[in-house]
Design a protein around this ligand. Structure first.
Ligand code: CP
Ligand code: NVA
Length: 314
């Protein structure tokens, strides 16, 4: 496996290896401090980022390499140089490319033309590195045996909902996406892929528009912002109205398991997708989850550049 372009590129074994190593990086961030000595990693982002940018830069630094951050408007790409030419050029200087942008097809094209690993750091369709941090946090809370547990995403059927369904399927989990029907439901092709993966892994995929039924006896309640980067402001009023029943409130928490946790990829908008009392309350694991963005990206860079990941064809 050269690239991580989509969450579904990972096999269960790959995820297990990445989480095990990330747990070691959490204990000792400098345990592989020379892995990227004399190497550079390009981080190119055409959308804003706090966590992914900082965790990528610090992950590269902890591995002994040099991160090179490039804003969207800084490459000749914006002036008509092709994605393929850009991929070849960056491959000549750097050992990996981490990219955050809008179109998944641009990331795929970079991967196809770069000779170095390309890592998807969020597109309109997917957010694979986030899910590694999420699953390490889930494992820290519940251990490896997730039998009988239900993992619920509530809100917009966006990139995060896709990644949530696919990674849950890979891990053999019972995952649920509770979203409005229609415009803000997850992409049916992604749901079908998740169901196909779950059929092999022993997982279970459910999509529902009933937030109460979804939250009942859940082990995890997860949400994301209602307005994603690139979403049209013209949709805001209609979207907020459609999504308001899916806000993670104390009422939904009360329906969940006694040992349930609240998760959020962040950034958060208290009073919109989540009540302040929930995200700042005792069940919230958001700070540990955000911390693991660094440990898991460090692990991903380490293993991808080493050629340790087998990948999966889904
Ligand atoms: N969760 C996440 O990707 O955060 P950033 O947008 O700040 O990178
Ligand atoms: N769905 C959000 C995730 C942010 C990490 C977005 O794409 O903006």
């Amino acid at each position: 496996m050269k690239d991580l372009l989509r969450t579904q590129d990972l096999s269960r074994d790959d995820v297990e290896l990445l989480l095990d190593t990330a747990a070691q990086f959490a204990e000792n961030p400098l345990r592989s401090r020379t892995a990227l000595s004399n190497k550079s990693v390009a981080i190119y982002m055409t959308k804003p980022s706090t966590r992914t940018r900082l965790s990528s830069e610090t992950a590269v630094a902890h591995l002994g390499g040099t991160p090179i951050f490039i804003r969207g408007d800084e490459l000749q790409l914006g002036r008509g140089e092709t994605i393929a030419d850009t991929a070849r050029i960056i491959s000549g200087y750097c050992s990996a490319l981490i990219i955050r942008t809008f179109a998944q097809s641009d990331v795929n094209e970079l991967g196809a033309n770069a000779t170095i690993p390309v890592i998807n750091a969020l597109t309109d369709d997917d957010h694979p590195t986030q899910l590694l941090a999420d699953w390490l946090t889930i494992r820290e809370n519940f251990g490896k045996d997730i039998t009988g547990r239900k993992f619920v995403y509530l809100g917009d059927g966006n990139n995060m909902s896709h990644a949530w369904l696919i990674m849950g399927a890979i891990m053999g989990a019972h995952v649920v996406a509770a979203t409005p029907t229609g415009k803000w439901a997850p992409n049916p092709e992604v749901v079908a892929t998740a169901q196909k993966i779950a059929a092999q892994s022993g997982g279970k995929i459910e999509v529902t528009d009933d937030p109460e039924a979804a939250s009942k006896d859940a082990s995890v309640l997860y949400t994301d912002v209602w307005m994603s980067m690139g979403d049209s402001e013209n949709d805001r009023a209609e979207k907020v109205l459609a999504l308001s029943p899916f806000a993670v409130t104390e009422n939904l928490i009360a329906l969940s398991n006694d040992d349930s946790i609240f998760m959020h990829c962040l950034p958060a908008h208290r009073g919109e997708e989540v009540a302040a009392s929930v995200i700042d309350g005792p069940r919230s694991v958001i700070w540990r989850e955000a911390y693991h963005r660094r440990t898991t990206i460090q692990s991903l860079l380490f293993h991808l550049i080493n050629g340790d990941l087998k990948g999966a064809k889904h």
